[in-house]
Design a protein around this ligand. Structure first.
Ligand SMILES: Nc1ncnc2c1ncn2[C@@H]1O[C@H](COP(=O)(O)OP(=O)(O)O)[C@@H](O)[C@H]1O
Ligand SMILES: [Mg+2]
Length: 207
């Protein structure tokens, strides 16, 4: 059964061996040259599967993968019973939200410690289930320990908060940084770079 249509992929909710699973299939894009399109879908599927599994090893909850079909650019993974962080924070108390975002910052720190860049840190790509936060959608992710990449990852998180949770964005992001600092020893350097990246951004936009 079609569950969600993303920008890049169709997600189906199915039963497999008595379990609920999500089948994520990257769809061909007609505006891309077919050979390149195939390679892109193939690469992102491989990368997403590896990153999902490596993130879990680094202590960040992610759905378990059951099956990968590279020809079909498809990943079959555990269905996470829960809701997008984006939706649930709308009914949360200030205190709860602060704890949640501090926790999210800590999880981002764990990813970075493990040399993983998520690449699309939005509250739609985080699911809350049984008081655990699952990170999903690693298709734009990468392996890197570069301060610049880590800074950009955080910057994208801030941008996502500003666009979806405008009135809470600043407080939410402050909580993210709080958790991030707790999780990584490199945080000072990365946060300094984050500010630099944001100055650069503004500079470019004003020109
Ligand atoms: N394993 C999963 N369990 C439950 N819901 C999921 C799972 N994977 C994806 N979803 C839901 O589908 C949405 C889109 O999936 P995502 O992987 O983020 O694809 P896209 O690249 O299209 O954003 C997610 O925001 C989430 O609501
Ligand atoms: Mg997504």
């Amino acid at each position: 059964m079609l569950y969600k249509k993303g920008a890049e992929a169709y997600l189906y909710k199915e039963e497999c061996c008595g379990r609920k699973v999500i089948v994520k299939r990257r769809i061909p894009k007609s505006y891309r040259v077919p050979q390149l399109d195939e390679k892109l879908r193939y690469d992102r599927t491989v990368k997403e599967a590896r990153l999902l599994s490596d993130a879990r090893k680094a202590g960040v909850p992610t759905p378990m993968i059951y099956f990968i079909d590279l020809e079909e650019a498809t990943i079959v993974m555990d269905f996470i019973e829960g809701e997008q962080v984006k939706t649930i924070i709308q009914n949360m108390e200030e205190r709860e939200k602060k704890d949640l975002f501090t926790h999210i910052g800590m999880l981002i720190g764990r990813l970075h410690n493990a040399g993983i860049i998520h690449g699309d840190l939005t509250t739609s790509n985080m699911l809350l289930s049984n008081s655990k936060v699952y990170f999903i959608d690693f298709g734009l992710g990468d392996y890197s320990v570069a301060v610049e990449d880590q800074g950009v990852d955080l910057h994208l998180m801030r941008r996502a908060l500003q666009s979806t949770h405008y009135s809470y964005a600043e407080a939410g992001f402050a909580a993210v940084l709080e958790g991030y600092k707790r999780a990584t020893s490199k945080s000072e350097e990365v946060i300094e770079r984050l500010y630099e990246i944001e100055k650069r951004g503004r500079y470019h936009r004003e020109r």
